[in-house]
Design a protein around this ligand. Structure first.
Ligand code: KE4
Length: 432
């Protein structure tokens, strides 16, 4: 029996008349998987409910923030308590100092942190800081990595060393991306070539230390060390964009997991507990370049918002005091990913996967997936069929082959068994 969808359909029709595509972020429109998105009304634990009363096991978790699942009592209570005292002051509050200390506790290489309202603001500000500190213009990013929607970062994949940034969006003048180099992920020799070609002109290298935005792609052995070596040798800043991996792949993120020290780290998602927070952090040598101490300007009306700070503080305090959840998520997510892959093999369906802790992606191809060029070989039509069938079976996956899925500390063995069973029947739909 297929899901009831009339209420979500009605809401979608209302929404798309007054909001572009009916969504406040493009990927939510389900354009790359087909079908209409359910309108979500409630989340609890590992589950979501939509406007028609359908229940789902959630592997999007608001695109990463909800590592403890939905409606976590500690977080909800903290936000309600804060709200009783007012929602915003545009002034310093004790809670932002508490959260700053919690962030630096997990990232000991950093001495100072600045809170902003999104991952986009965090990476945009970190790049401005790197350019201000080095007095250089060029930046290196990697194809398939996404760092938010600031102009300098919206470049087409495939630019490579040969060609400077090509706008990846309408409305971005080529002048705004002319100093952006988009290189293949996991290819150190191309980075070396870029530093040779643009000697003493590159301000920073920004990288997702574990990529989530071409689907999950881990760094090749030595890649992060190599970026560290080359950035240091060339006096460029190394920026780890840990908006997705921070407090997820380990309490101290990929910085802890791989033991490579960046010069700046950007954060978001988990540190806001589901409320809008971004951050950038690093040694005082760099961070004291930021206004009002230094000449690099950055500001925000709602930066350090007391409700967001309360949510983030509750989240990080829980993670700090319950480290064992990382091992449990790693084990259970591993079981899920491998059992679904085995189900695909049993159905003779080409499927590969990448997983780092509680973030993962099933790729509809034989693999391996190590960079954008290999990720792009995936059968996105098959993924779309799989996504739609899983939704019908009560499993809510990211609506794109090129997104990471997330596991939480509250997903259960029962969730895993139910998901594997749903995958078994969904693969049949893919093959049909
Ligand atoms: P936001 O501006 O969306 O808060 O963060 C931008 C960003 C920066 N860096 C990384 C590594 C990110 O993953 C993101 C945002 N992630 C996407 C999911 N792939 C957000 C989902 C969306 O765009 O709706």
């Amino acid at each position: 029996m297929s899901r009831k969808t009339s209420k979500s359909h009605e809401l979608q029709k209302r929404a798309e008349r007054i909001i572009p595509g009916g969504v406040d972020s493009p990927v939510r429109a389900f354009r790359s998987v087909g079908g209409e998105p359910p309108f979500i009304v409630r989340g609890e634990g590992s589950r979501l409910w939509d406007a028609d009363g359908n229940e789902y096991i959630d592997y999007v978790l608001s695109w990463g923030p909800l590592i403890l699942g939905h409606a976590v009592p500690e977080v909800t209570e903290a936000v309600m308590e804060a709200a009783r005292n007012g929602t915003s002051f545009g002034a310093s509050t004790p809670c932002e100092v508490d959260l700053a200390e919690a962030v630096l506790d997990a990232y000991p290489f950093a001495e100072k942190v600045r809170f902003v309202n999104s991952g986009t603001e965090a990476t945009m500000s970190a790049i401005r800081l790197a350019r201000g500190y080095t007095n250089r213009k060029y930046i290196i990013k990697f194809e398939g990595c996404y760092h938010g929607h600031s102009d300098a970062l919206l470049v087409k994949a495939g630019s490579g060393v040969a060609t400077l940034g090509i706008p990846g969006s309408a409305g971005v003048p080529e002048e705004f991306v002319q100093f952006t180099l988009a290189l293949p992920y996991n290819s150190l020799n191309v980075v070396e070539e870029a530093f040779r070609r643009y000697k003493d002109q590159i301000a920073c290298v920004i990288v997702e230390p574990v990529v989530g935005n071409m689907g999950c792609v881990p760094p090749a052995k030595g890649f992060l060390d190599g970026l560290r070596y080359l950035s240091s040798r060339e006096n460029a800043l190394l920026i780890f964009d840990e908006v997705m991996t921070g407090f997820r792949v380990a309490y101290g993120g990929a910085t802890e997991l791989y033991g490579v020290r960046p010069d700046l780290v950007t954060l978001g998602k988990v540190i806001g507990g589901g409320l809008p927070v971004g951050a950038y952090a690093g040694p005082a040598e760099f961070m004291d370049m930021v206004a009002p101490v230094g000449p690099v300007y950055q500001a925000g009306t709602l930066s350090g918002n007391p409700l967001a700070m309360a949510a983030g503080k509750a989240m990080l305090c829980y993670l700090r005091d319950n480290h064992e959840i990382y091992g449990r998520m790693d084990r259970l997510a591993g079981t899920l990913v491998e059992m679904v892959a085995k189900t695909a093999r049993d159905a003779d369906l080409p499927l590969s996967y990448n997983r780092v802790g509680s973030m993962f992606t099933w790729f509809f191809q034989r693999g391996p997936v190590t960079d954008w060029d290999s990720a792009a070989k995936s059968d996105t039509k098959a993924f779309g069929k799989f996504h739609r069938a899983m939704l019908e079976a009560g499993v809510y996956l990211p609506p794109s082959q090129f997104e990471a899925a997330f596991f939480s500390a509250v997903h259960t063995e029962e969730d895993v068994q139910q998901t594997v069973a749903a995958a078994r029947q969904s693969f049949a739909a893919v093959i049909a």
